[in-house]
Design a protein around this ligand. Structure first.
Ligand code: ADP
Ligand code: MG
Length: 303
């Protein structure tokens, strides 16, 4: 496990920013921490990167305790904080040298900087001042500084906020690429971002985890029914469709198109297909109704 948190609670005065949060992230995973503003995403990231301590609970990063072994933790974590604070008056290389100094990279510094500039696609902009860069390029500098000491784990707090659609796609692709070799936790309030980048999503609301699933499982309808839209090449009767094991109801939508409701014990698409084969129909199209991540998010986080 790269990250394990156990019952983390964080209080700011009276306010509970995190409430008993336990989660695990395996090494190599790209996990999205999804939640509305004020959910506690940044607080969780600041705790994992040893910037603030939890009020109670514990956490480890790569097996090291965030309180007892914070130096070991910091060595293994690359962090892109919210709003990516950069020194606008510094040149890109100068800034990366400064960060390399903090990590005591010594003789490896120049080689690492050149590598980071390549990985993050900063070649053309490398001799500019950070203040002269577009937001998308500043994010690249932010990623370069997070990666420079070759950490195992990357914590990225809203890495794409404020980017235009082109920059957004570029940065997402960059994160995906980097994520091939690292464990990544990124926060976002954009549902599509999670679908585009993450293998797993942890939805957090009001300081609590309300969902924790693989991105593909997220779409599975949680109700005890499944709905299948199917089109045959010939007329089929409602009564014959209802003979398929598990089918509760069949509604004719139009021509040979049907909306079939079934128990959610198992995916009945195979049964529908076999039914068609047995009766010498062809299945022209068949789709299972899925919830969009947006619908799930709203359902889970609406007050
Ligand atoms: P998110 O990153 O999901 O938007 P945060 O972790 O920044 O959420 O904040 C969670 C909650 O904690 C919010 O209600 C926020 O107002 C509160 N909070 C965050 N930082 C502080 C702080 N330094 N002092 C007091 N309250 C804070
Ligand atoms: Mg935040």
């Amino acid at each position: 496990m790269s990250i394990i948190t156990k019952e983390i609670t964080k209080l700011y005065g009276e306010q509970k920013a995190l409430n008993n949060v336990s989660l695990e992230i395996k090494s190599g995973e790209i996990v999205g921490l999804l939640g509305p503003n004020g959910a506690g995403k940044s607080t969780m990231m600041k705790i994992l990167t040893c910037f603030i301590p939890p009020s109670s609970g514990s956490a480890t990063v790569c097996g090291f305790d965030i309180i007892e072994q914070s130096i070991e933790v910091r060595r293994r974590i690359g962090y892109l904080p919210e709003n990516n604070p950069l020194y606008v008056d510094m040149y890109v290389r100068e800034y990366l040298e400064f960060i390399a100094g903090i990590h005591k990279l010594g003789q490896a510094t120049q080689k690492r900087i050149t590598e980071m500039i390549e990985i993050t696609g900063l070649q053309v902009e490398q001799s500019k001042k950070i203040g002269a860069l577009s937001k998308g390029y500043r994010q690249r500098v932010g990623l370069a500084q997070a990666l420079i000491h070759n950490p195992e784990v990357l914590i990225l707090d809203e890495p794409t906020s404020g980017l235009d659609p082109n920059q957004l796609v570029e940065i997402r692709n960059l994160i995906k690429n980097i994520g091939k070799e690292k464990t990544v936790m990124l926060s976002t309030h954009i549902m599509q971002e999670v679908e585009a980048v993450c293998g797993r999503v942890i939805i957090i609301d009001n300081g609590r985890i309300v969902a924790n699933k693989s991105t593909s499982d997220m779409h599975i309808n949680e109700s005890n029914k499944q709905i299948i839209f199917v089109e045959f090449d010939a007329q089929v009767s409602k009564s014959s469709l209802k003979t398929i094991n598990g089918v509760i109801d069949a509604q004719n939508i139009k021509d040979n198109k049907w909306e079939i409701t079934a128990n959610n014990d198992k995916d009945i698409r195979t049964d529908i297909f076999q039914f068609a084969v047995k009766n010498k129909f062809a299945v022209i199209s068949m789709n299972k109704e899925e919830q969009t991540l947006e619908q799930i998010f709203q359902k889970l986080t609406k007050k």
